[in-house]
Design a binder for this molecule. Structure first.
Ligand SMILES: CC(C)(COP(=O)(O)OP(=O)(O)OC[C@H]1O[C@@H](n2cnc3c(N)ncnc32)[C@H](O)[C@@H]1OP(=O)(O)O)[C@@H](O)C(=O)NCCC(=O)NCCS
Length: 250
C-alpha cells in the first residue's frame, strides 16, 4: 500500500489537461454513474476535465488502499461531499477532498481526519469586495476595508479559499453561513480559523493552512485537529509522496 500515517496530510496537484492517451485510460476507470455525469457537461473540455479529475482520484486513492482504481466505490453526504465506501473493516480510514480551478485539480488525503481543500484563480476583475461585504464575517470585511485597494483582490481570494476549505472539511458546503466564522484574510498573516459561531470552541478543533499553488492561484487546506506534516507532490511526475514534509502544523 502507498503509505500515509496519522500525522500526515498528503496533497497531490495535477493538471486536468492531460494527453489523449491519459484521458482515455482515466476515463476507463469511471463507473456508469461517473460517465453519465461526465456526459452531462456541454463542452468537451469540461467532460474530459471531469474524467481526468475523477479518474485520478481513483488512481490516487487506489494507491493508498492497494486496490484497483476502478473497483473503488464512493458515497456522498446530503451536501454532496464524497467519501470512500469502505469495502471491508480492514480498509484504512482514508479521508479525502478535492478542488479544481482552471486546469488544476488538488487532492488532499489523510488517515482518519476530516479534511477540506480549495483552489481558486486570483481574478482581480471578479468584484470580490461586494461579495465579501454581502456574505463574509464582519471582521473579514473590516480587514478588506483596511487594506490598500491593490491588495484587496488577493486578500479576498485568500479569504475565499480558506472559508471554502473549512466548509468543505465540515462537509456542509454553503449550508454553513459564511458570516458565522472568521478566517485570517490579510495576505501578510498566516491562514487560520479565528472564530466560529455559535460554538466558539469549534475554531480550536480545526487547523487552516495556505498551501503552495501554481502562479496566479491560491489554495488552502482545512484539517481536523493539528500536529501533522503536510507533504505536497505533483501527479504523475512524483508518484511517491517522499520523505521531506514541506511544513509542519503544530
Ligand atoms: C460544492 C462546494 C463544496 C464547492 O464547490 P466549487 O467551489 O464549485 O468546487 P471545488 O472545486 O472547490 O470542489 C468541488 C469538489 O468538492 C467536492 N464536494 C462537493 N460537495 C462537497 C461538500 N459539501 N463538502 C466537501 N466537498 C464537496 C467534490 O469532490 C467536488 O468535485 P467533483 O464534483 O469533481 O466530485 C460548495 O462549497 C459550493 O457550491 N461553493 C460555491 C462557491 C462559493 O460560493 N464559495 C464561497 C466561498 S467563500
Amino acid at each position: 500500500m502507498g503509505s500515509i500515517s496519522l500525522d500526515e496530510v498528503h496533497i497531490w496537484t495535477a493538471s486536468r489537461d492531460a494527453s489523449d492517451e491519459a484521458i482515455e485510460s482515466l476515463r476507463c476507470l469511471l463507473n456508469d454513474e461517473e460517465r453519465r455525469r461526465a456526459d452531462r457537461f456541454v463542452f468537451a473540455h469540461d467532460r474530459t476535465r471531469f474524467a481526468v479529475s475523477r479518474g485520478l482520484l481513483r488512481v490516487i486513492l487506489g494507491h493508498y488502499l492497494d486496490r484497483p482504481a476502478a473497483s473503488l466505490e464512493f458515497v456522498v453526504n446530503v451536501h454532496g461531499k464524497p467519501a470512500l465506501n469502505a469495502s471491508s473493516n480492514t480498509d484504512p480510514p482514508i479521508r479525502f477532498n478535492l478542488a479544481h480551478s482552471g486546469p488544476w485539480v488538488v487532492y488532499a488525503v489523510t488517515l482518519g481526519r476530516e479534511i477540506g481543500v480549495d483552489i481558486e484563480r486570483v481574478r482581480p476583475e471578479f468584484g470580490g469586495f461586494a461579495i465579501a461585504e454581502r456574505f463574509f464575517a464582519p471582521g473579514e470585511v473590516a480587514t478588506l476595508h483596511a487594506l490598500p485597494e491593490e491588495a484587496r483582490s488577493l486578500a479576498f481570494f485568500h479569504g475565499w479559499t480558506r472559508k471554502e476549505a473549512y466548509i468543505k472539511a465540515k462537509g456542509k458546503g454553503l449550508a454553513l453561513p459564511l458570516d458565522e466564522f472568521e478566517v485570517a484574510i490579510d495576505p501578510e498573516r498566516p491562514a487560520s480559523l479565528l472564530s466560529t459561531l455559535p460554538d466558539p470552541l469549534e475554531a480550536s478543533r480545526w487547523s487552516l493552512v495556505e498551501i503552495p499553488a501554481e502562479p496566479g492561484f491560491v489554495a488552502a487546506l482545512c484539517v481536523e485537529g493539528n500536529g501533522y506534516h503536510v507533504r505536497q507532490r505533483r501527479w504523475p511526475a512524483e508518484a511517491d509522496p517522499g520523505t521531506d514534509p514541506i511544513f509542519r502544523i503544530f
